[in-house]
Ligand binder design. Structure first.
Ligand code: 13P
Length: 251
């Protein structure tokens, strides 16, 4: 059976003081809970703070982006090796906000996934369609192409070292969650597409759902057979909400 995983994506929120109380709440709320795995992906400047506070707890930490390059004259970019220096286990790659607002292509996302894996980070690879794409009936085409672009660069076996996050763009930050059945259908599609190339990798693949996951809808989403946990935006900024969602992944 796959172990569930719940990851908070803080996006560009937080300051030293508010992070401290948020992490204290999360640590206290999750202490003694280990049926699932938990992590928070924080803004780069707070990686040190996360490392200092989360070391030795059941909560892992990570970043929200990385460069596809190992080092070089790339002003303001952050390399995978810099993230491992700060003890990161995870890095979010290809979030729809990166794809949409910062023009990250499928090819760039694939190169970043490759860079993350080569440094021993676990990339959380985000896939998802826009509302227009869903309404046009091309969700599987879009998500399939996003997935294929990654597999064509890293190979299907390397997917065993990744986490996939299905995040329909229309459900992110909108309060409009995909129904458990809608999410399950896309998760099953993703797993099947991987299974066409490697059944064992597909079976073990952790596929998170993201998009307006809240304490009141998490349990139902997480009960679906191909949903292995969540990538949580807004609700990860309130310790009680995040802990409640993590608790829903225990059961
Ligand atoms: P919300 O949970 O705020 O909808 O954000 C989801 C998300 O983008 C997580 O990466």
């Amino acid at each position: 059976m796959r172990r569930k995983l719940v990851v908070g994506n803080w996006k560009m929120y937080g300051r030293l003081a508010s992070n401290k109380s948020l992490l204290e709440g999360v640590i206290a709320g999750l202490s003694g809970m280990n049926a699932a795995a938990y992590a928070v992906c924080v803004p780069y400047p707070y990686l040190h703070q996360a490392q200092e506070m989360l070391r030795g707890t059941s909560v892992a930490w990570g970043a929200q982006n990385l460069s596809q390059f190992a080092e070089g004259a790339y002003t303001a970019e952050v390399a995978a090796g810099m993230l491992t220096d700060f003890g990161c286990r995870y890095v979010i790659v290809g979030h729809s906000e990166r794809r949409g607002l910062f023009a990250e292509s499928n090819e760039t996302v694939a190169a970043k996934v490759d860079a993350a894996i080569k440094s021993g980070l676990t990339p959380i690879v985000c896939l998802g369609e826009t509302l227009a794409e869903r309404e046009a009936g091309i969700t599987e085409q879009v998500v399939g192409a996003q997935l294929d672009a990654v597999v064509s660069v890293v190979g299907v076996a390397a997917l065993a070292k990744t986490v996939i996050a299905y995040e329909p763009v229309w459900a992110i930050g909108t309060g409009k969650t995909a129904s458990p059945a809608q999410a399950q259908a896309v998760h099953a599609f993703i797993r099947q597409r991987v299974a066409q190339q490697d059944g064992q990798v597909a079976q073990g693949l952790c596929i998170l759902y993201g998009g307006s996951v809240k304490p009141n809808n998490a349990a139902e989403l997480f009960s679906m057979s191909d949903i292995d946990g969540g990538l949580i935006g807004g609700a990860s900024l309130a310790a009680n909400d995040f802990v409640a969602i993590c608790r829903a992944a225990q059961n």
